[in-house]
Ligand binder design. Sequence first.
Ligand code: ASP
Ligand code: MG
Length: 415
Amino acid sequence: MKVFKFGGASVKNATAIRNVASIIKSSNKNELLVVVSAMGSTTNALEIIVHKAHSGKNFDTELEALKEYHFQITQELLPDSTTIKTKLTEQFAQLEKLSKTKTEYDFFYDQMIGYGEIISSLIVEQYLSENNFASQWIDARNYIQTDSTYREGQVQWNETEKKIKTLESVLQKKILVTQGFIGANEKKETVSLGREGSDFTAAIFGYSLKAKSVTIWKDVPGVMSADPKRIPTAVVFDELPYKETAEMTYYGASVIHPKTVKPLANKGIPLFVKSFIDPSLPGTKIYECHVDRLPPLIIHKENQCLVSCKVTDYTFINEEQLGKIFHAISESNMRINVMQNSAITFSFCVDFRENKVMKLIELLSKHFEVYYNLGLTLITIKNYDQKTFNEYHTMNGVILEQSSRAALQVLVRPN
Ligand code: ASP
Ligand code: MG
């Protein structure tokens, strides 16, 4: 069997969904499980709704816009289907009900945020089944079991694998359509896997079903050496080793969610990244392979925050103090993207998530004088050559720089 994952851009309107159906059709010789994301930028819109609902603000306009968007697509694709309209009405009613509950923020967020995926998977499945595909909708929350780390659910692999395996017999007869991004804990509460987590969902299903392959359909021709919008000379890779790909995602390459590679590598399942715009292109195959010399890979990670902790009593930064800093970062469930120390200061760079960063700074301020800079971009050049090294090493606005034999990293203030 195979797993296909379609991201938000590939299901953003009726034409896009028809295209998805045609891609599925051309592979119908295989047993297939399809994972879909929320349509277009629905998750961003839901984040605004969640935020407003939680702080007691009115979100009628946003919710109406979201309803209109989905009903409009449904009207175009399935004008005569009352079934789908009833289903959508039900889901939106559930969402509204949840918005009135009073719970802790991350839990509240997770109960609401997955509706984009639930709704898009319902529409896609209904469209397939009304167009003579033998398909069935399944709720990913019945199969992916996580712990209760809301917004960053940790998969409980044994339970998950067992549950997903029960789908093997259905898959022989039907194309299964499910949602990316969400699972559930033991108590059946929804837990999301982190933003952009639908790729990871595809890998979880692929791993558990020992898929022949997993394909992520994107609006780019494959994995590229840089973002072509920034660097027009970027090239597409025909093939990449798992390890290289995993490292790229670690540094912030957004082409695949960072957690996607590991489960697939563990079972030797190839991962394809292909273009839904031109499915005839070969795309990139990621598997256990050897590639002689890769060109420099340039990865931009935006919205970075540099935090500097300075000792205040004329001592130097020591291991005990570093211990306190690392402990606080780990307590806050954050990840360091780059770090550096000097005699009296330890600086580190993290993704800027306002709530988390502010809490962290508060914790650290008990022991240090804390400074921070926002709106930075971390540029990583992996496998650099002399030419790229010189170019980035001397670029404007660098506030921190670090290099090893494998990578050069510069943290810059964009101008
Ligand atoms: N819809 C979710 C997001 O935008 C999950 C995903 O697309 O992978 O983060
Ligand atoms: Mg997405």
